[in-house]
Design a protein around this ligand. Structure first.
Ligand code: PMP
Length: 414
């Protein structure tokens, strides 16, 4: 669309060049799983707007809640109590079952806060390391990015700290293949400095590798035995994406800290860390908060989201649509096996791994041209096409997307 390219060029002129990486669809309106641009084009959205609009775009319940709050002049600051904040915190405790919820604004901020909590708790036990995993993504603020495992993003970060260490990700089936996930942890513990916490994504957003249940159970056991906290970064996996409320339920573990963002509020600025009383006991007034934490608009959206999860069958839809999506991806993979080497994913976070990054890029572009919005290729070699449709997507829309994808692959490779 030439008009979209002109808009993109204008944005590029005025923003640092690092900001926009996706296809130049100009978003003017979105509804359910569809995106509309101002020039009459429609896309089926298999990104959920960077995995945030889990309930679908333009959710009526979220929209109504936001309009109601926006129609009242409300002070937007954490330091002032609101009825909405009190109600949401009660609801979180009742529905999600944690003693404490720290309200924040972005996923990175939630990870940042979890790291601070882990380091403060570790300090009293002489432990100072945050152990995360190769190719992890935890956000773009300094602490969150330092914990990330994508080397290209770390080159400019201070390299002399021993706080952040990465070990191999315990991907699905890795234990069956002989991988021992706790061996590197024990080594780090013995080297001195001690492990304050292990930070893990239930599935890696940047590689689509899903964590191995047995491996993660061993890591959890190791953490308990060595007084280390287990932090789950559920910014992407949480709020239904895996077919459970949280990805850690799928893994059958009980983390000490849970970082939430993205789907928590269906696309409005809001994030949260869930934890026990015990781990935040050692914090003084003002050490964990910020101006927009628990802002009324984010809270209104988050309350509508939590209500939707408790009052509807979203998770059942994820399970059914996931089976349909994965079956379709396996069929495409089998048909084009000289070009596709793997199908990855869990719930409604799935993808195809291509052998050649050029083919992957062309398939992504072709899909977009034929009306299926997907992410630009991800992964170390940029060979992964990732699909994260809204959790409310219909069977027909999954079938339509698979058809478009099949057409894109066959046009590119034949
Ligand atoms: N953790 C994970 C697993 C994520 O996927 C993201 C965002 N892609 C973040 C943290 C950071 O969230 P935000 O962009 O809201 O800061």
């Amino acid at each position: 669309v030439p008009e979209s390219v002109a808009v993109l060029s204008e944005i590029f002129r005025n923003e640092p060049p690092s900001v926009l990486t996706q296809f130049p669809t100009v978003w003017t309106r979105a509804s359910g799983s569809q995106i509309f641009d101002p020039y009459g084009n429609i896309w089926l959205d298999w990104t959920s707007g960077v995995i945030a609009a889990n309930l679908g775009h333009g959710s009526e319940a979220v929209g109504a809640a936001i309009i109601e709050v926006a129609s009242r002049p409300l002070l937007h600051s954490y330091v002032y109590p609101t009825l909405e904040r009190a109600a949401y915190l009660n609801m979180v405790k009742e529905v999600l079952g944690y003693e404490k919820a720290l309200l924040l604004t972005t996923g990175s901020e939630a990870v940042e806060a979890a790291i601070k909590i882990a380091l403060r708790n570790g300090a009293s036990r002489g432990k100072e390391k945050i152990v995360s995993f190769d190719y992890a993504f935890h956000g773009r603020t300094m602490g969150a990015q330092s914990a990330g495992g994508i080397a290209a993003q770390q080159t400019w970060l201070p390299q002399n700290s021993r706080t952040f260490t990465r070990i191999p990700f315990p991907a699905r089936d890795s234990v069956a293949d002989g991988f021992d996930p706790v061996e590197p942890l024990s080594k780090l513990e013995e080297e001195g400095g001690g492990v304050a916490a292990v930070l893990i994504e239930p599935y890696q957003g940047s590689s689509l590798k899903v964590a191995d249940k047995a491996a993660v159970a061993n890591i959890e056991k190791w953490c308990r035995a060595h007084n280390a906290l287990l932090i789950c970064d559920e910014v992407q996996a949480g709020f239904g994406r895996t077919g459970r409320m949280f990805g850690y339920e799928y893994l059958n573990i009980e983390p000490d800290l849970v970082c939430c963002g993205k789907g928590i509020s269906n696309g409005f600025p809001m994030a949260m860390v869930l934890c026990s009383n015990e781990v935040v006991r050692n914090f003084n007034l003002g050490e964990l908060s910020s101006t927009h934490s628990g802002n009324p608009l984010g809270l209104a959206a988050a309350t509508a989201v939590l209500n939707a999860f408790t009052n509807s069958n979203i998770l059942a839809n994820v399970t059914a649509r996931s089976a349909q999506l994965l079956e379709g991806l396996h069929a495409i993979s089998a048909e084009f096996h000289p070009h596709i080497e793997d199908v990855r994913g869990v719930g409604l976070a799935a993808g195809l791994v291509f052998k050649d990054p050029r083919i992957c890029a062309l398939v992504a572009k072709r899909s977009w041209q034929s009306g299926l919005l997907v992410f630009a290729p991800i992964g170390r070699e940029k060979t992964i096409l990732k699909f994260t449709p809204p959790l409310s997507i219909s069977a027909e829309q999954i079938a339509d997307g698979l058809l478009a994808l099949h057409g894109a692959v066959s046009t590119v490779v034949e």
